[in-house]
Design a protein around this ligand. Structure first.
Ligand code: F6P
Length: 548
């Protein structure tokens, strides 16, 4: 492991960027009718078109060299083979074992983890089938109609995103709710919507120490016992998902109602584990396992495809190219797929919690930019909100467009309208509109003279703005699994290149520590003086406002 900026390929890329700065993508397309063919690839039912990036064959070659310089193939094998690559936490990184659909063992410290993985999957199947069939009943004998997942971060974002993405596969009569925020409004609004006799609460927390989750779970537990009038009701209405059996029991959930996972599964990588229980309840275990199969297929591709044909590797390298050589601060995710509305939020945690680091494995400051700011919204909505900046603003915003060839709901030609908008946006970003083109258009519209001169600069689109398009047949469980795994591996590859640990998250600790002291100061009546003047001022103003 070493400083990537010292790799020969990095230095060559720096020089190459100077040449590329003079080149417009629209000319690269005009020169080479085969550009799409050269710069696109298919894997696991997903087509990646990366031709609309500021790249040539030379760029790609140098980027692949960069991957080799960083010894990426060795790093990939180290992850899959259960080495403790999360070194600051001393853990293996094996979310891939959760979706290992082969008969091959996966070892952590010489112990094959697959029997325990499969045992939990079997338990999930038995439980979800019991709930879905009505065999598992609430305390008063009624069938479960509502599932409330209480969790935050990786114990929420994955379940929310996947449940929403697979809405067409939901069982009729079952409803899913998600409570993550410690803001009591969320739990209270949710409880107001559900019936205690027919509600199942899933308390999902890897550590089972996360205050937001435990506070919400306590509120839900008190509400349930109060409404049903018996502590014994908890056993029929609460299950837990965690790595921490002791804490689950302390909370008051019996270990028989606990679904286990392991410390080698990072929170943001845990949707493949029992953390996916809410998904499995809503869509059934068969669909959940099909999602695992899609993820596994992407793992196989990632592990075996040559670097230059490897989809996660290509996406990661293009990201590094934009981020480190073109100074792009952010990376936008535009799903032209309403079912993927929460995919950008899910990727925010996956990418920013993984690669928002500024020291290398050896503890030294990095010499390059690391993870970008991830953001986005579904198209076409974004077009009518922030695309103005993406097209004509001063910043470079590389983007991923995601779209299905086929709609889950064919209605007239409405899906074609969606597709047309998606393809038009990436085309517009790539081509732009020159001054001459804009002038011709204005003249055709009857605008001439001073008015033309005034309007002209506003009508020009610089173009040359990079994007990838990910096209798949339909957003089914298999494709969704492949998409999630694709981004997981993209993030991993970037972490390897930057020599950072993509699997810890120490940066979330400081705020947690400080919140404790602030919380106690807010509860008592006294004037606060022990913090900085801003924190004191805000806390005291809060007390004053409450009394007014
Ligand atoms: O605070 C960040 C974090 O640790 C995430 O990494 C994690 O997904 C989330 O909190 C929730 O943690 P837990 O599942 O242990 O409640």
């Amino acid at each position: 492991m070493s400083d990537c900026t010292q790799f020969p390929a990095w230095k060559k890329l720096k020089e190459h960027k100077k040449d590329m700065a003079r080149i417009q993508m629209r000319f690269l397309f005009a020169e080479d009718p085969k550009r799409f063919k050269r710069f696109s690839l298919e894997a696991v039912g997903i087509l990646l078109d990366f031709s609309k990036n500021r790249i040539t064959g030379t760029t790609l070659k140098l980027l692949i060299h960069l991957a080799r310089d960083s010894d990426l193939p060795t790093a990939i094998e180290a992850m899959f083979s259960g080495e403790r690559i999360n070194r600051t936490e001393g853990r293996a990184v094996l979310h891939t074992a959760l979706r290992n659909r082969s008969a091959k063992p996966v070892y952590v410290d010489s112990v094959d983890v697959m029997p325990q993985v499969n045992e939990v999957l079997d338990r999930m199947r038995v439980f979800t089938e019991a709930v879905r069939s009505g065999k598992w009943r609430g305390y008063s004998g009624k069938r479960i109609t509502d599932i409330v997942n209480i969790g935050i971060g990786g114990s929420d974002l994955g379940p929310v995103m996947v449940t929403q993405a697979l809405t067409p596969y939901w069982q009729a009569g079952l409803h899913a709710h998600f409570v993550s925020n410690v803001d009591p409004s969320q739990i209270m609004e949710t409880l107001a919507k559900v019936n205690p006799e027919t509600t199942l609460f899933i308390v999902a927390s890897k550590t089972f120490t996360t205050p937001e989750t435990l506070l919400n779970a306590q509120v839900a537990r008190r509400w349930l016992v109060d409404k049903l009038g018996d502590e014994a009701a908890v056993a029929r209405h609460f299950v837990a998902i965690s790595t921490n059996t002791r804490k689950v029991q302390e909370f008051g959930i019996d270990a028989v109602n606990m679904f286990e996972f392991w410390d080698w599964v990072g929170g943001r990588y845990s949707i493949w584990s029992a953390v996916g229980l809410s998904v499995a309840l809503m869509v059934g275990m068969d669909h959940f396992e099909t999602m695992l199969t899609g993820g596994f297929a992407m793992d196989e591709h990632f592990r075996s495809a040559p670097l230059e044909k490897n989809m996660p590797v290509i996406m990661a390298l293009l990201g590094v190219w934009h981020n480190d050589f073109w100074n792009a601060d952010s990376h936008a995710i535009f799903p032209y797929d309403q079912y993927l509305a929460r995919f950008p939020a899910y990727l925010q945690q996956l990418d920013m919690e993984s690669n928002g680091k500024s020291v290398t494995f050896s503890g030294k400051a990095v010499h390059c930019q690391t993870g970008p700011i991830i953001w986005g919204e579904p198209g076409c909505n974004g077009q009518h909100a922030f695309f103005q900046l993406v097209h004509q603003g001063t910043r470079l915003v590389p983007a991923d467009f995601l779209v299905a060839a086929e709609s889950q709901h064919p209605v007239e030609h409405q899906h074609e309208v969606l597709l047309a908008n998606c393809f038009a946006q990436s085309k517009a970003l790539m081509r732009g509109k020159t001054r001459d083109e804009a002038r011709v258009e204005l003249i055709r519209a009857g605008i001439t003279g001073a008015r033309l001169d005034t309007l002209l600069p506003h009508k020009v689109f610089p173009g040359n703005r990079p994007s990838n398009t990910l096209l798949y047949r339909k957003l089914d469980p298999y494709t969704l699994g492949a998409l999630i795994a694709l981004y997981e591996h993209k993030v991993f590859v970037q972490g390897v290149l930057w020599d950072i640990n993509s699997f810890d998250q120490w940066g979330v600790e400081l705020g947690k520590q400080l919140a404790g002291a602030i919380e106690s100061g807010l509860i008592d009546e006294d004037k606060v003086t022990e913090h900085d003047s801003s924190t004191n001022g805000l806390m005291n103003a809060c007390k004053r406002l409450r009394q007014s």
